[in-house]
Design a protein around this ligand. Structure first.
Ligand SMILES: Cc1cc2nc3c(=O)[nH]c(=O)nc-3n(C[C@H](O)[C@H](O)[C@H](O)COP(=O)(O)OP(=O)(O)OC[C@H]3O[C@@H](n4cnc5c(N)ncnc54)[C@H](O)[C@@H]3O)c2cc1C
Length: 388
């Protein structure tokens, strides 16, 4: 590890490794720092992605994929089953391998990678100019022209730089997930269960990983987890729906389902991925968004280094391009999330009935959301904006 780099990236999740890769590809000297001892572990994720978005950032390697997904199956609170064939192929990944190899790809482009490297703070003069890191137990100062904060849901980089990153409890989904064997559900579909008894202010997912293995998890709004933790909801669901499963792994985690962060750039600093609240507030999915944003951020960082101009004004090209790519849609998804959050079990049953009354080929994402918002038709324009 050198004492100075053009770009230091904090966190080696999908956002960090992708921004390191693209900054290095643009000719910058890059250091990627990960606090855990091994990249990709622990996995706190259901590992579902859409092929279309992922392909725009990386060549998908077959061994990253545990299960190909051809559609989704919704389960209403009373147990109605609505099957939806998807036009887009999805995958359930093996993130242990995926995250690890994304870092490897960054290294192939010339980025230095360090694990057991816990960033403790930022170096600041007139602007951010490096990081303080505990590397293998030793405290080091690393100078950098640009720091990219890709430190995930627990991000502190933004806060250290003076950016307001606070999220209301209402907008944090607290999650519990098991990876379990003997799940008796169709394995090329992702399953979503809804209902106030199952996952209030959220939903429960079953994402198959092949051969009876699946990620079964749920997210509930932070408002509800105060009275009953997510893991209790999950245990109750497993004992009533899948009493014969063998649980191999249990994890807990959080997802920010908030409006997009207003400031994601400062002089010498960029935030990407969960650290920039770039998850989709409706689904909680953030892998592809993180990578799309990181590709832009990495490139802009590399160009800014070449131009010897790391001012906020120069780096603002990143949020502009990100907004055009996906960012603007997140604001609309947040509006939809607030509506869906307030749906009663009765509303959910009515939506299921509407969808069951449609022929399979009409059950598109647009029509699903349209059916859900019949009580507030003004939202249909928003739905059309994000899906067409
Ligand atoms: C239960 C659950 C299920 C989910 N399911 C899905 C899903 O199916 N599909 C989907 O698209 N998204 C899903 N998500 C969201 C998805 O996991 C995140 O959006 C995605 O991982 C964001 O990538 P990231 O690189 O921004 O952050 P992360 O993947 O969280 O990576 C951040 C990295 O930074 C490191 N780090 C943090 N602080 C420091 C520090 N101070 N110094 C050094 N390193 C640091 C962390 O150790 C971590 O490796 C899920 C999330 C949860 C919690």
């Amino acid at each position: 590890m050198n004492n100075r780099y053009d770009v230091v990236v904090v966190g080696a999740g999908p956002a960090g490794s992708t921004s390191a890769r693209f900054a290095a590809q643009s000719g910058a000297s890059v250091l990627l720092l990960e606090k855990d001892r091994e990249i990709g572990i622990p996995v706190r994720c259901a590992e579902g992605v859409g092929e279309k978005g992922l392909k725009t950032v990386v060549d998908i390697r077959p061994h990253w994929i545990k299960q190909k997904i051809v559609g989704v199956i919704f389960h209403s609170p009373s147990g109605k089953v609505v099957k939806v064939q998807s036009k887009e192929i999805g995958y359930v990944l093996d993130r242990k391998i995926f995250d690890y190899e994304l870092a490897q790809i960054a290294a192939e482009q010339g980025a230095h990678v360090a694990t057991k490297a816990n960033v403790l703070g930022l170096l600041k003069k007139e602007r951010v100019c490096g990081v303080v890191v505990d590397f293998l137990g030793e405290r080091k100062e690393i100078a950098a022209d640009i720091v990219i904060g890709a430190d995930g849901i627990e991000s502190r980089v933004g806060r250290w730089a003076g950016i307001k990153t606070h999220v209301a409890l209402y907008d944090i989904e607290t999650c519990a997930q098991v990876t379990a064997m003997n799940i008796p559900l169709e394995s090329d579909y992702c399953h979503f269960f809804f209902g106030k008894e199952i996952a209030p202010g959220g939903y429960l997912w079953v994402f198959p990983k092949g051969n009876g293995l699946a990620n079964v998890g749920l997210g509930i709004s932070g408002e509800f987890s105060k009275t009953k933790p997510a893991i209790r909801y999950l245990e109750e669901f497993l004992s009533t729906h899948f009493p014969a499963v063998a649980v191999l792994t249990t994890v807990a985690g959080g997802v920010t389902c908030a409006p997009p962060l207003k400031t994601i750039v400062e002089d010498g600093l960029l935030l990407v991925g969960d650290a920039a609240h770039q998850t989709n507030p409706v689904s909680g999915g953030g892998i592809v968004n993180a990578m799309v944003a990181a590709k832009i951020a990495g490139r802009i960082a590399g160009q800014a280094i070449k131009e010897n101009n790391v001012s906020k004004k120069r780096l603002m090209e990143y949020p502009r391009l990100w907004d055009d790519a996906e960012g603007k849609k997140l604001g609309i998804f947040y509006k939809l999330k607030k509506f869906i959050y307030d749906m009663t079990d009765n509303d959910l049953e009515k939506t299921a009935d509407l969808l069951l009354g449609m022929p399979m080929e009409k059950r598109t994402l647009v029509n699903i959301f349209k059916s859900a918002v019949v009580k507030q038709p003004s939202l249909i324009i928003d739905i059309l904006k994000v899906f067409t």
